[in-house]
Ligand binder design. Structure first.
Ligand code: BG6
Length: 482
């Protein structure tokens, strides 16, 4: 007989965004400039690395430019002034949770002030009030791909240990301010992408050798681990009822063949990806990583109490984004793990217009394996399809998006029935926003269409797509009606 598959009661359905991709208002109410505000739009849609291409020269140009013409993340989709309308639309779909990030530079414009900017804190007060009106739980990311550019200029971002104290001054302020109003927090979005560079580390390392870059990036990761553990400790003291999680861009690697050497290669690639969660959930560096660092001449500088801080403050739950899987073999010399844009092709999978391989079954595999590895509650905090949508007679018929999401949610349901403890699902980009990797507007993810083009022209009008009505029914039926 069939085993009944269903989602648990209280499952948190919703959507996820990031401040630098939706808010706009980059220079309003005292906000400082961020690392995301100095990233130019990619010239080419296939250029997935534009967010890491910042060097000293392009930084200088960006700092002198007081417009948003070449810097789309400065304008976002003006959530800053549309948040009431947008949250109302989320509520209409029945959202139980909304994941968003706080822009650190709204609270500490330069990153190193002694006191916070009240106008910035007030904005998030208003957002939280609005969510409370509709009983939508906030899930807040403390650092989503941005930091005050002042900290890059002063100390090369996360490459410096000093940034730990700056960050934890910020986290203490927001934990105290929003105490009792926020049950779920995340520290660093996709912390593993620090190995790609600037967008996550805030450290300019363009032009350095790959060895030097590796050293800077993994040291930045270590500093983020410590800051994350300290934030965990702060939250548990300030608001004992709240929970905090880590966040990984999970990318499962499959072996290209059943040849055991390929299987080992895939396992190693997976370890390089899971290393981050291993540290944040288990509280110590795994031995395979100590070996990897030794073999690659990476030396991680530990502060006197770092090991203890990490050990004593593991996260409460584990969250991750899921977009694709990859393939590797022992013969290829590619860095299959850690970089979504590289890695081998899987002949059994289709891909999106941006070459991201679509693998719903991989989500079940990922959930089952992560549950086995950690035995901590899991949360899928990003998953979605970036596509070119056409607005015709006021409608967007995005059946392709519905298919993508349906297939992933089905597999999630299978995993839950395999015994995985899953807290919720926040689909990425419920409202169209600026793409992280290319800063395009035309790479759309939303249930809600935003009338704005790549050049920033448009009325900013919000329009419900077909998928809007579909997701509403998914939530109303707690995932039974797909
Ligand atoms: C994740 C990020 O990597 O993927 C988001 O956390 C990002 O910020 C999302 O937007 C999709 O990537 P992109 O490049 O299509 O916007």
């Amino acid at each position: 007989p069939d085993y009944p598959t269903k989602f648990p009661e209280g499952f948190l359905w919703g959507g996820a965004t990031a401040a630098n991709q939706v808010e706009g208002a980059w220079n309003v109410d005292g906000k400082g400039l961020t690392t995301a505000d100095v990233v130019r739009k990619a010239d080419n849609r296939k250029d997935m690395a534009s967010a890491d291409a910042v060097d000293q020269e392009s930084l200088k140009v960006a700092l002198a430019d007081q417009t948003d013409t070449h810097y789309p993340k400065r304008r976002g989709v003006d959530f800053y002034h549309h948040y009431q309308e947008d949250i109302k639309l989320f509520a209409e779909m029945g959202f139980k949770v909304y994941r968003f990030s706080i822009a650190w530079s709204r609270i500490f414009p330069n990153g190193d002030e002694a006191t916070p900017n009240e106008a910035g804190l007030k904005f998030y007060d208003r957002v939280l009030d609005e969510l409370a009106k509709y009983n939508i739980e906030p899930l807040i990311t403390l650092s989503h791909y941005e930091m005050p550019i002042g900290l890059t200029i002063k100390q090369n971002g996360w490459a410096s240990r000093k940034t730990i104290a700056d960050f934890n001054r910020f986290t203490e302020v927001v934990f105290k301010r929003y105490r009792g109003r926020v049950k779920y927090w995340l520290t660093f979005n996709e912390i593993n992408t620090s190995t790609w560079g600037f967008h996550e580390t805030g450290a300019i390392d363009a032009g350095m050798t790959p060895e030097q870059q590796m050293q800077i990036r993994y040291q930045s990761v270590h500093n983020q681990f410590v800051a994350s553990a300290i934030a965990t400790k702060q939250l548990h003291t300030i608001d004992p009822h709240a929970q905090i999680g880590c966040m990984l861009a999970r990318q499962q690697t499959y072996p290209k063949t059943p040849n055991p050497v390929d299987v080992v290669a895939a396992q190693q690639a997976d370890d390089l990806n899971l290393f981050f969660t291993d540290v944040q959930a288990r509280g110590e560096y795994p031995e395979y990583m100590n070996r990897y660092f030794a073999e690659h001449h990476v030396h991680i500088e530990f502060g006197e109490h770092d090991a203890q801080v990490l050990r004593e403050n593991p996260v409460d739950f584990i969250s991750f984004s899921y977009y694709m899987t990859t393939v590797t073999s022992a013969n290829e010399d590619g860095n299959a793990a850690g970089n979504m844009a590289t890695g081998g092709r899987n002949p059994y999978l289709k891909e999106s217009d941006w070459g991201w391989q679509i693998d719903p079954v991989g989500l079940r595999i990922t959930l089952d394996e992560m549950w086995d590895r950690y035995r901590k509650p899991l949360f899928v905090v990003e998953n979605g399809l970036g596509a070119v949508d056409k607005l015709e007679d006021g409608h967007v018929h995005d059946g392709y998006r519905i298919d993508y999401l349906r297939q992933h949610i089905e597999q999630m349901r299978e995993a839950v029935s395999d015994g995985v403890q899953l807290m919720g699902y926040t689909m990425w980009g419920p409202i169209d926003l600026i793409s992280f990797s290319t800063s395009e507007m035309s790479k759309r993810y939303g249930f809600i269409y935003v009338d704005q083009d790549d050049a920033g022209h448009g009325t900013l009008k919000r329009i419900r797509k077909d998928s809007f009505y579909w997701y509403k029914q998914v939530i109303a039926s707690n995932g039974a009606d797909l």
